[in-house]
Design a protein around this ligand. Structure first.
Ligand SMILES: *Cc1c(COP(=O)(O)O)cnc(C)c1O
Length: 412
C-alpha cells in the first residue's frame, strides 16, 4: 500500500502505485480505462469494502446486526458482495428491492424505508416477505389493506422521527419537522391502531443522521435511540423484535477531516448491548450503514481532453464531471463547496505541481471536480482520479443532464 498525500486532506493509504500510475484492485488505471472502452468510470475494490466490514465487526459485539443501505451503491455486483458480509440489506425502492431479493439475504433481514412508497412497492414488499419500515399513518393503512387482500401478515416496523438530532451530522434527517418517519409523540397512538391490523409488529427504526465523524455524537444518538425505543415499547402491540438504532458513521472527504474512531463506538455498544438485554430482552439490536462500508473502495476516473489557461488560471477539461459525480462537484447537499481528494492518476510520482481546476464538459460553472488544487503537472490524455467515490457517486448523479455518455462501473 502506498500513501497518497494531500496537503490539506486526510491521506489516502489504501491504494497502490505502479510506476507513475495509480493501481486499483491490482490494475493500473490505464488498463482499467481500456476495460471501460474510453468512457469515464467508477472502479470499486472489494477488498476495501471487506476491510471496512471487518473493522466494524472487530469492535462491535457479535450480537449487533449490521445492515448495508444499498442506496449508497446499488451496483448489483456490489450488493451481492456486500450481502455475503453483512447480516441484512436496506432498500428504498422497488428496484433496489429487486436487486436485494436476488441475493441470499434472509427475507426478514431486508428492510424497506422511505417516504412515499407506492402501493405497488408495498405490494412487492409484502409478497417478498421483507420488513417494511412504515413512515406514516396513511402508509400503515395501505399496508393493512394490501395485506388483507393478499392474506399475508407483513413484518412492520415503525420508523420514528425522534425528538433529538444527531449532533455534527453532515445531513440532518431527524428531529424537528421531517418528511421521514412518524413523530415520536404520535407513535403511541399509531401503535395502538396497529392492534387491529393484519400485520406483525416488528420493532422500531430510529435513524438520526448521516455522515458523522464524531464518535461522541454517534454514542449519544445510540443512547437516545435506545431510551426512546424503551419508552415507546410500552405502547407496542407486541414485543419489539428488531431495534434499528440507525448508523451515521461517516468517512473523511474534505480538508481537515479525520476518519471516525470506531473503537470507542464498539466499546460503548458492548455496554449498550448488555444493558438492552435486560431492558428489552426480545429486541435484536441493529445498525445500518451505507457510505462507511463502500465510499473508500471506489474511485471515479475521467480523462483530460483539453488544457487551457484563462487569465493565468489553468483549467483541466475532462470527459466526465458533475453529471457522473454530483457529490464531488459540491452540489449534493453541501453548503460550502470543498474539494474531494483528487489527483492525476497517471502522474502519481511527478513531483512538480501546478494550481489547476478540474472541470467537466457541461455548460455550467457548477461542473467542477476540483477548484484551484495543487495537482501534479499533467497534460491532455492524463487520467484524473476522485477518491472516496464508492458511495453516492454513480447512484446519486444526474447521468442524463446534457446527454453525454454514462460512466461505466467496474467491480474488482
Ligand atoms: C441513506 C440512509 C442510510 C445510509 O446512510 P450512510 O450515510 O450512507 O451510512 C441509512 N439509513 C437510512 C434510513 C437512510 O436513509
Amino acid at each position: 500500500m502506498h500513501t497518497i498525500s494531500f496537503t490539506k486532506h486526510a491521506d489516502i493509504t489504501h491504494f497502490e502505485i505502479d510506476g507513475n500510475e495509480l493501481v486499483v484492485g491490482g490494475k493500473r488505471v490505464s488498463a482499467l480505462a481500456e476495460l471501460a472502452e474510453g468512457r469515464p468510470f467508477y472502479v470499486y475494490d472489494h477488498k476495501i469494502m471487506q476491510s471496512k466490514v471487518e473493522l466494524l465487526r472487530k469492535h462491535l459485539p457479535a450480537s449487533v446486526k449490521l445492515h448495508y443501505a444499498i442506496k449508497a451503491n446499488s451496483m448489483p455486483e456490489v450488493v451481492e458482495f456486500m450481502s455475503g458480509l453483512v447480516d441484512g440489506l436496506d432498500v428504498a425502492s422497488a428496484r433496489e428491492l429487486n436487486v436485494a431479493a436476488k441475493t441470499n439475504t434472509p427475507r426478514d433481514e431486508i428492510s424497506f424505508a422511505g417516504p412515499g412508497k407506492q402501493p405497488e412497492e408495498l405490494r412487492a414488499a409484502i409478497e417478498h416477505g421483507i420488513v417494511i419500515n412504515c413512515e406514516s399513518p396513511t402508509e400503515l393503512k395501505r399496508i393493512d389493506e394490501i395485506a388483507r387482500e393478499l392474506s399475508k401478515k407483513p413484518l412492520v416496523a415503525i420508523r420514528v422521527n425522534p425528538d433529538f438530532q444527531l449532533q455534527n451530522s453532515g445531513m440532518k434527517m431527524a428531529g424537528g419537522p421531517q418528511q421521514f418517519g412518524i413523530d415520536a409523540e404520535t407513535v403511541p397512538d399509531v401503535l395502538e391502531s396497529m392492534k387491529d391490523m393484519h400485520l406483525t409488529f416488528h420493532g422500531f427504526h430510529i435513524f438520526s443522521g448521516s455522515q458523522n465523524l464524531s464518535h461522541e455524537a454517534i454514542i449519544e444518538s445510540q443512547n437516545k435511540a435506545c431510551e426512546l425505543a424503551e419508552r415507546l415499547a410500552e405502547f407496542a402491540p407486541a414485543p419489539v423484535r428488531m431495534l434499528n438504532i440507525g448508523g451515521g458513521l461517516g468517512v473523511p472527504y474534505f480538508p481537515g477531516e479525520k476518519p471516525i474512531d470506531v473503537a470507542p463506538i464498539g466499546k460503548h455498544m458492548h455496554a449498550l448491548a448488555t444493558s438492552m438485554k435486560k431492558r428489552m430482552p426480545t429486541a435484536q439490536l441493529m445498525i445500518e450503514l451505507g457510505r462507511f462500508f463502500v465510499a473508500e473502495s471506489g474511485v471515479y476516473i475521467c480523462r483530460i481532453t483539453d488544457k487551457k489557461v484563462s487569465r493565468e488560471h489553468t483549467f483541466l477539461v475532462c470527459n466526465g464531471g458533475l453529471h457522473h459525480h454530483l457529490a464531488a462537484s459540491g452540489n449534493f447537499g453541501q453548503i460550502l463547496r470543498k474539494n474531494y481528494p483528487v489527483c492525476i492518476a497517471t502522474q502519481m510520482t511527478t513531483s512538480e505541481t501546478t494550481k489547476a481546476s478540474v472541470v467537466g464538459p457541461l455548460c455550467t460553472p457548477l461542473d467542477l471536480l476540483a477548484s484551484k488544487m495543487d495537482l501534479a503537472n499533467c497534460d491532455i490524455d492524463d487520467l484524473v482520479a476522485v477518491f472516496q467515490s464508492g458511495a453516492y457517486g454513480y447512484s446519486a448523479s444526474p447521468h442524463y443532464f446534457l446527454s453525454h455518455p454514462s460512466p461505466r462501473e467496474i467491480f474488482l
